[in-house]
Design a protein around this ligand. Structure first.
Ligand code: AMP
Length: 283
């Protein structure tokens, strides 16, 4: 595997390749990331991965400084997966001058759910993803459904800017007890780690409650959301949201659409101690 930090060198290595697939990450790689590498390999060749902890998407008081950085272990894992290039730029290389141009996703998608609790987060994500796509110029890029809203926003960005790349979704990989793998799981204490899978159990309960509804309507869904939030809080979590939304645009569905069988997704974010976890489940 070639490890490249320089944009020009990356371009030189990829010259003439028009089938490359790309998996951007912030490193501290786990099975979830590696599943995306395998998916990428099915859709293109060579596979390019990137590791870059993007300051722009962290808010003040968030964990930019303490975000786990495990470069050597990550390199070993990527080599085993047969990744051809690891692009790991320095901040200075990727942002040679302060990033004054930003990609600002539309409010109705960028300022809800995660965007409401992490103002500016998706602006930072879109800006770095556009930049990385421009450096790598892959045919396909793979993003995890674990970050459901992020995947949707990047898809829309690619569509609206007519980027010559297919955005491919990867399923969420979980620990045996159901907890979605995440680099931030390493922040959990032993006790918190035991409690953490409750988030996914709750998503399953919410899904069952929705499936069992005689009449799917907005009020009934709101009542389910409210009960779920209360349940999490009672167990000592600090829930940001549990929201049952339309898969198509992540806004709440109206009664008519609900009764017509609109596909839904449950999205949640909650803090356990100091650690903020997110997860989602399609219905
Ligand atoms: P990150 O390093 O957290 O920025 O994530 C890099 C990519 O891996 C994103 O597309 C995430 O959605 C994806 N990802 C993170 N966790 C998982 C998981 N448990 N299963 C599948 N993909 C994941």
């Amino acid at each position: 595997m070639k490890i490249i930090s320089d944009i020009q060198e990356l371009r030189d290595h990829l010259r003439g390749q028009n089938r490359a697939s790309f998996v951007p990450t912030m490193g501290n790689l786990h099975e979830g990331h590696l599943s995306l590498m395998r998916l990428a390999r099915q859709h293109g060749d060579p596979v390019v991965a990137s590791i870059f902890v993007n300051r722009l998407q962290f808010g003040p008081g968030e964990d930019f400084d303490s975000y786990p950085r495990t470069m050597q272990a990550d390199i070993d894992k990527l080599e085993k997966e047969g990744v051809y290039i690891l692009f790991a730029p320095t901040e200075r290389e990727l942002y040679p001058q302060p990033q004054e141009y930003r990609v600002d996703p539309p409010q109705q998608l960028g300022d809800i759910l995660e965007g409401e609790f992490r103002p500016g987060f998706f602006k930072g994500v879109c800006t770095v993803v556009l930049k990385l796509l421009s450096c790598v110029q892959p045919k396909v890029a793979v993003f995890g459904k674990k970050d459901y809203q992020q995947l949707m926003i990047i898809r829309q960005m690619a569509r609206q800017f007519a980027l010559p790349v297919d955005i491919i979704p990867g399923e969420t990989i979980r620990a045996e007890d159901g907890l979605a793998l995440s680099s931030r799981n390493s922040y959990l204490s032993i006790e918190e780690r035991t409690e953490a899978p409750h988030l996914q159990r709750l998503l399953n309960e919410v899904r069952n409650q929705v499936l069992e509804l005689g009449d799917r309507n907005m009020a009934a869904l709101a009542a389910i959301e409210k009960r779920a939030v209360a349940q999490l809080a009672q167990r000592g979590w600090q829930p940001d949201y549990i929201a049952i939304r339309q898969q198509s645009d992540l806004v709440p569905s109206h009664d008519e659409a609900l009764r017509a069988g609109e596909p839904l997704v449950i999205l949640t974010a909650a803090k356990l101690g100091q650690t903020r976890l997110i997860d989602n489940l399609e219905i």
